[in-house]
Design a protein around this ligand. Structure first.
Ligand code: SF4
Ligand code: SF4
Ligand code: SF4
Length: 260
């Protein structure tokens, strides 16, 4: 805690595009009360100071190298509260697309060319695969209002929570025409809500950036797929965008009933 009684907060980035941190910067500009409620001691994208004394750590990005593990453990050791910021940190997100390519070596050569040996890289993982995480802010990028809500709850000493029901619930409340009924694919039935079903509202199927709900109803999902004339393969191909880290789990959740 700072001498002024405000909790010290730090932001860290690992493998990511830093879009979630940009959303944070944007949120702080429109909600100055938060800047006054905490003391930000480290935030590479927004300031040059680099304080190492902090209580709350927001971590953006995936673990994709051995050296990331040591850095994550250092942060965990220092911080009382660790928050995974965005899909890359929460579920490995788009970084995990490389995990399902035929060869990680091919990926390294494709990205780094003949300099590939200079860059460490292994399969992408969410930060929870390495350290304990106290809260998550899902999404790619995060939703600014959800970020503000999580910070406010942390400051009040409450444990932040995110919705654990499917995007379909929000979509139905908005009275959208279901994408599945118009021949499209949509991961809404098994994806965590909280984005106000923004994709389906604009006529695009959900790609699952907020991760799976904790108990995806695979039987209901199979019924939905069957009714819409879709296959598990079509659904799984959409899964790789944000949820490639856990293809086995996803496969179980969606495919098992059909195999019985
Ligand atoms: S979750 Fe999306 S917006 Fe956020 S850092 Fe990762 S790729 Fe960028
Ligand atoms: S499947 Fe997609 S479009 Fe249909 S109700 Fe669910 S979220 Fe909406
Ligand atoms: S509709 Fe799906 S992909 Fe779009 S923001 Fe919501 S959870 Fe993410």
């Amino acid at each position: 805690m700072a001498e002024n009684g405000r909790p010290k907060v730090a932001f860290f980035d690992f493998a990511c595009c830093e879009g979630c941190q940009l959303t944070v910067v944007d949120s702080l500009q429109t909600h100055l009360e938060l800047v006054e409620a905490v003391e930000i001691v480290q935030f590479r994208e927004a300031m040059t100071e680099k304080g190492e004394d902090y209580q709350i750590a927001f971590i953006e990005g995936s673990c994709t190298r051995e050296q990331d593990e040591a850095r994550l453990r250092e942060i965990r050791e220092q911080a009382d509260i660790v928050v995974a910021l965005g899909a890359c940190a929460h579920i490995a997100g788009v970084n995990a697309i490389k995990n399902v390519q035929p060869s990680l070596q091919d990926v390294r050569e494709y990205v780094y060319g003949d300099k590939w040996e200079q860059y460490d890289s292994y399969a992408a993982r969410p930060i929870s695969a390495v350290i304990e995480v106290d809260a998550v802010i899902p999404g790619c990028p995060i939703d600014r209002f959800e970020f503000l809500d999580v910070v406010k709850k942390l400051l009040l000493g409450k444990k932040p929570s995110v919705p654990d029901y499917p995007v379909c619930v929000e979509c139905k409340l908005k009275e959208n025409v279901c994408i599945l009924e118009t021949g499209g694919t949509c991961l809404g039935p098994i994806t965590r809500a909280g984005c106000d079903a923004i994709y389906p509202t604009y006529g695009v199927g959900c790609l699952g950036c907020r991760g799976l709900i904790s108990n995806p109803n695979e039987n209901a999902m199979m019924d939905v797929l069957e009714e819409a004339g879709l296959t598990v393969e079509q659904l799984m191909s959409k899964m790789t965008m944000f949820n490639a880290y856990e293809p086995a789990h996803i496969g179980e959740a969606v495919a098992s009933p059909a195999e019985e």
